[in-house]
Design a binder for this molecule. Structure first.
Ligand SMILES: Nc1ncnc2c1ncn2[C@@H]1O[C@H](COP(=O)(O)OP(=O)(O)OP(=O)(O)O)[C@@H](O)[C@H]1O
Ligand SMILES: O=P(O)(O)OC[C@H]1O[C@](O)(CO)[C@@H](O)[C@@H]1O
Ligand SMILES: [Mg+2]
Length: 792
């Protein structure tokens, strides 16, 4: 029943200087990363002089008020980042769907003096938030009309700021590429399917795996791409009416080619063209009875929602939580309520109302069987991923074959250190070649392999490769075709000779800064060595993420996940031993990317990078911060601390030296230990074992794009190729776009060759945010810090 009590309670007066009381709640199905968002909102709000409030159990807390709405302190969110689920609780709240529930919610907000609300939830929660925003003036009027609040009480609350954060594993909200939680869920799914593959392989079995996502096929599509599924069912693009025949043909073909396993991924909301639900059971009957495959069904269920958030969700939730507070503080009267979203690598604000409207159009399009529209309405990435899956998922698609004169022999080479996703990219490139009629040629062991071993007997380093050989590579770490740091300049004449002899007509080069350097050398050698005058694409792949021309390299996400696991483990130890700080050395060469992003993702107290260097003042103020923290620690909180130091941050202040200094400074003159330090060096562990799902899916998408780019030059003469700068390109993410950049421009204008990194590193704008949220003594005022992806 609706509550109707009068309130004589005093409403807290507004905070001075337009500071706000900002409440945060998590709603709908929990999602890994929600805690990171709550932490960022609370700390950013406090850092900006506002008051922060937890609303427990989603809208339930807002409707019920009382103890379910509590002021939140800085220390209340300590240890939130690595935790799965939502620590402030979530609910599917029926009463908020009713007007009386929202009336009660409005009243409780006013009584607590709360004038801004940040809602982290899925499409339903944000639909509710949008309705609440729309109704707000009417709700206040009604409360006054019913005598539950007075006109004076509501006066300061005339405009309510609502900001949406999309937290849901389903990734079903239009206007954002990724929701907080969807990549963590994908991690769980891929881990499970990788394990299922082992047992399927042993028994030559078929598995049908049902994944969550409600009416959205994102989790199903991405898991199909990242695990190399043979067939896929998603609601946005139901298979053709003849899907039974199509599926049987593809699976039979794959089995005939020698595949020992069959994997079908089905979204829980899968339907056919007549909107009839497709069930795992009917697929099983078909595979067992018609194809005679020993078939099992696995429904993954809620395991997909649990567990620690992956690195990306920690970063995304932190950036978005902080950005939500900025949006509250920047809102003017009449500013439409925003939802914070991410487009490729850029954090952006979009109108909440429009995002909700677009999201609601998807089920409507499906209902009208307008599947093309449903695909379009998801987001631009979605259709591209779907096409990439289609092209690389089946051994043969006769309709995609190019005419003979457009087919090429395409060399695939890995250069530099191994990085997660290199194999997935090569597999996708190979599959793409087969679907188009090109011949993929693997160049084993980088340029040294090509230079020294191309004509070895019985087997040289230049080999045609079969679809089946590469089919299992999607989930493999390391480099199946081998990689090393040798540059072609070691013997350009031999490289040229090999290109000529094996008729390499285009090159797909996957690797880190050395790959970039190698391709730069090839580009410059084109006049002198005409056979190297072929179209080339570099796909950046390195844990260091230091390749110019992109903000993201394959393998960097895998690295961050390995590193945060290491850091979480060290912090657990430090928290248990109490009064301990771990100084952890990260890889990254001369680029602080890995250290900074991992630092934000684990809440490191300080991060030392080569870009900033280390000086005594820095150490001094960080030591003061440690003293302060440990002085406040009465043993109840989890105050183990992490400091990250990039391997090249300083030649004097090594990781061990810093730990030694901290240990000395952690003792009082009387010898009392305030804190002590330990060193952690994860080294090559940072390359990770299996590639992360993000590295897998992006590998596939970028490989397909790269090959499409390469094949667009089929039939060009050497001269034409040499004269067009776009024939040698680097593919990368820049802000909100994926694009090819001409190597020549990137080499000459954007590369800091001395430090082997881009001149402008987009992430440098994020270092201040990490400091603010970790409570590190500030080197710049918070108001100077913008969140998001910024050039320096
Ligand atoms: N149309 C609506 N009007 C008012 N409130 C709503 C509406 N839709 C949803 N809500 C509120 O949001 C809550 C969560 O919605 P829902 O159960 O759809 O989950 P969600 O936010 O979409 O998250 P997920 O799908 O990830 O579980 C609901 O329990 C309800 O309180
Ligand atoms: O946890 P519940 O309430 O059973 O809901 C399950 C649903 O929630 C989600 O996990 C998140 O929306 C969906 O993928 C799934 O359909
Ligand atoms: Mg939902």
């Amino acid at each position: 029943m609706p509550p109707t009590n009068m309130s004589n309670e005093e409403v807290p007066p507004p905070l001075p200087e337009k500071k706000r009381r900002i409440a945060v709640l998590t709603s709908g199905g929990d999602a890994p990363g929600m805690n990171g968002a709550v932490r960022a909102v609370v700390r950013m709000a406090i850092a900006k002089g506002c008051e922060a409030f937890f609303v427990h159990e989603g809208y339930e807390g807002l409707v019920n008020g009382g103890d379910m709405i509590k002021q939140a302190d800085w220390e209340d969110v300590r240890g939130f980042l690595p935790e799965g689920g939502t620590l402030i609780g979530s609910a599917r709240c029926m009463s908020f769907r009713e007007r009386w529930g929202r009336l009660s919610a409005a009243k409780n907000m006013v009584l607590n003096g709360i004038d801004a609300l940040i809602v982290c939830g899925g499409d339903g929660s944000l639909t509710g938030a949008d309705l609440f925003r729309k109704e707000w003036p009417g709700l206040l009027e009604e409360l006054v009309g019913k005598g539950e609040l007075t006109t004076e009480q509501i006066t300061p609350f005339k405009s309510l700021n609502i900001v949406g954060l999309v937290g849901s594993i389903d990734n079903d909200m239009s206007a954002t590429d990724a929701t907080i939680g969807c990549y963590s869920s994908l991690h769980r799914i891929c881990g499970c399917v990788d394990s299922i593959n082992d047992t399927a392989q042993s028994h030559q079995r078929a598995f049908i795996v049902e994944v969550m996502g409600r009416h959205c096929g994102w989790l199903a599509l991405m898991s199909a791409i990242s695990t190399g599924a043979d067939f896929l069912f998603i609601p946005e693009s139901p298979p053709s009416r003849d899907w039974r025949i199509d599926m049987s043909t593809i699976i039979t073909k794959h089995r005939k080619m020698g595949k020992r396993t069959t994997l079908v991924i089905i979204a829980e909301g899968a339907i056919d063209q007549d909107l009839k639900k497709v069930t795992p059971g009917e697929i099983k009957d078909l595979l067992s009875n018609e194809l005679k495959l020993d078939t099992r069904v696995t429904t993954l269920g809620h395991i997909q929602r649990g567990g620690a958030p992956c690195a990306y969700d920690r970063l995304l939730s932190t950036l978005q939580g902080a950005e939500a507070v900025n949006a509250v503080l920047e809102a003017k009267e009449g500013t439409p309520s925003p939802v914070i979203s991410v487009i490729e690598n850029k954090i952006v604000r979009q109108p909440l109302m429009e995002a909700v409207r677009l999201t609601q159009l998807v089920p409507a399009a499906i209902e009208h069987k307008d599947f093309a529209r449903a695909m379009e309405l998801r987001d631009a990435e979605f259709s591209e991923y779907f096409n990439a899956y289609r092209i690389t998922g089946a051994a043969e698609l006769p309709e995609l074959l190019l005419p003979e004169n457009k087919r090429m022999r395409i060399g695939i080479i890995h250069v530099g250190a191994p990085a997660g996703g290199m194999n997935a990219a090569s597999r996708a490139a190979i599959a793409y070649c087969f679907s188009r009629g090109h011949t993929p040629v693997a160049l084993y062991n980088g340029f040294s392999g090509l230079i020294r071993h191309h004509s070895d007997k019985p087997q040289g380093s230049v080999r045609d490769i079969s679809w089946l050989e590469a089919d299992s590579w999607v989930s493999k770490g390391g480099s199946e075709i081998g990689t090393n740091r040798t540059l072609p300049s070691e013997n350009m004449a031999e490289v040229s000779l090999a290109f000529e002899r094996y008729n390499i007509q285009a090159l797909f080069c996957i690797g880190g800064f050395e790959a970039f350097h190698a391709v730069s050398e090839l580009r410059k050698a084109r006049k002198e060595f005409p056979p190297v005058s072929i179209p080339i694409v570099v796909l950046p792949a390195t844990v260091s993420n230091n390749v110019p021309g992109t903000e993201y390299s394959l393998g960097s996400d895998t690295c961050l996940n390995a590193l945060i696991e290491y850091c979480d483990t060290c912090r657990q130890s430090a928290s248990a031993s109490r009064r301990r700080v771990f100084v952890i050395e990260t890889q990254g060469g001369e680029s602080g990317y890995v250290a900074v992003i991992a630092g934000i993702s684990v809440g490191a107290l300080a991060v030392y990078t080569p870009e900033e260097g280390i000086n005594i003042k820095m150490l001094d103020s960080d030591i003061d911060a440690l003293r302060e923290t440990f002085k406040r620690d009465r043993g109840q909180n989890r105050a183990g601390k992490i400091i990250l130091r990039n391997e090249k941050a300083s030649s004097v202040y090594t990781t061990q030296v810093i730990a030694d200094i901290l240990s000395v400074e952690g003792k009082t003159r009387e010898g009392k230990v305030q804190f002590e330090a330990r060193v952690g060096i994860p080294g090559h562990f940072q390359q990770g074992k299996e590639p992360s799902p993000m590295d897998r899916v992006r590998a596939v998408r970028f490989a397909v794009r790269s090959l499409q780019h390469l094949e667009s030059f089929a039939g060009w003469s050497r001269e034409e190729i040499a004269n067009d700068p776009t024939t040698v390109s680097v593919i990368g993410i820049r802000g909100a776009k994926v694009q090819f950049s001409a190597m020549e421009t990137v080499e000459n204008e954007e590369t800091d060759w001395k430090h082997r990194r881009p001149k402008a590193e987009y992430w440098r704008g994020l270092t201040g945010l990490g400091d603010i949220l970790a409570g590190r003594p500030r080197r710049t005022a918070p108001d100077d810090q913008e969140i998001g992806i910024l050039p320096i």
